[in-house]
Design a protein around this ligand. Structure first.
Ligand code: CIR
Length: 255
């Protein structure tokens, strides 16, 4: 959770065509841009170097950069998104990764894996299989990071939840913020856990970024719990990204 860099991408007018599980209306581009700017400011505020890439009109979901790559200390890995409309985003991210990393690797088919299903903790990499990530994708990641000494553990994203990290985030070396439905699977046994308040499940997609915890706005009980636990909370508007099932983690690559 200690980072010197982040990569984001500006939202494109084509976000109105972004993927969504349930259509609750098109996101408003101006409001999306305002929320995105507040998000980038909160990252920069920690002293990190934040690159904001230009919008990619051909890829409506490309503002959700997290799904295109996994950034580790030793190198970066280009993902292989399960959503066909998102596959080109991963390739488009590669040249940027190469400006920061000497070692850039790529997930080979036939498996699929998206960054939103990957949670990196101090001791392991958890990957939730989902509609976007399959067991072959997890195996491909495991093979790619073996020489960097990472332990990759396959877990399950809850049914009807887009990504594993839709329901969880890392708060510090041994603390996870997660929904009760995900905790019930036992995947975080052994970690200290803070659960989102009932009805505030969408607060689980937060990020710890240096001294801040970026939390989507509108989840007062979870915010209060985290504040009492001593975290420095920054609440960021997320109404427009939420219409496309996106949240705090999706909007950046952090390393
Ligand atoms: C999608 O369905 O792929 C996008 N509309 C949302 C991606 C959110 N990304 C994430 O949770 N990491």
């Amino acid at each position: 959770f200690s980072f010197t860099h982040a990569i984001c991408r500006a939202p494109s007018p084509s976000i109105v065509d972004g993927l969504r599980a349930v259509d609750t209306g098109a996101p408003d581009l101006d409001l999306f841009r305002a929320h995105h700017a507040a998000y980038v400011d909160a990252l920069r505020d920690t002293g990190a170097n934040v690159t904001v890439l230009p919008a990619l009109d051909a890829f409506p979901d490309s503002v959700f950069v997290e799904d295109a790559a996994l950034c580790l200390t030793e190198g970066a890995i280009v993902m292989r998104p399960g959503a066909p409309s998102r596959r080109g985003e991963a390739a488009a991210m590669r040249p940027t990764l190469e400006t920061f990393y000497d070692d850039v690797r790529e997930i080979d088919g036939p498996g699929f894996i998206e960054g939103g299903d990957i949670l990196v903790t101090e001791s392991e990499i958890l990957v939730g299989t989902s509609a976007r990530t399959d067991a072959a994708g997890v195996d491909a990641l495991r093979a790619l990071v073996a020489d960097w000494d990472y332990r990759v553990r396959e877990v399950q994203t809850p049914p009807d939840v887009l990504h594993f990290k839709t329901d969880c985030s890392l708060l510090d070396a041994d603390t996870i913020l997660c929904t009760r439905r995900l905790a019930a699977s036992g995947c975080f046994d052994g970690y200290r856990q803070i659960h989102t308040a009932d009805g505030e499940e969408a607060a689980a997609n937060a990020i710890r970024f240096n001294q801040h915890v970026l939390l989507p706005k509108g989840f007062p009980r979870t915010a209060e719990t985290l504040g009492k636990a001593g975290y420095d909370i920054r609440q960021i508007g997320n109404s427009e990204a939420a219409k496309l099932d996106g949240g705090m983690s999706c909007l950046s690559l952090r390393f």
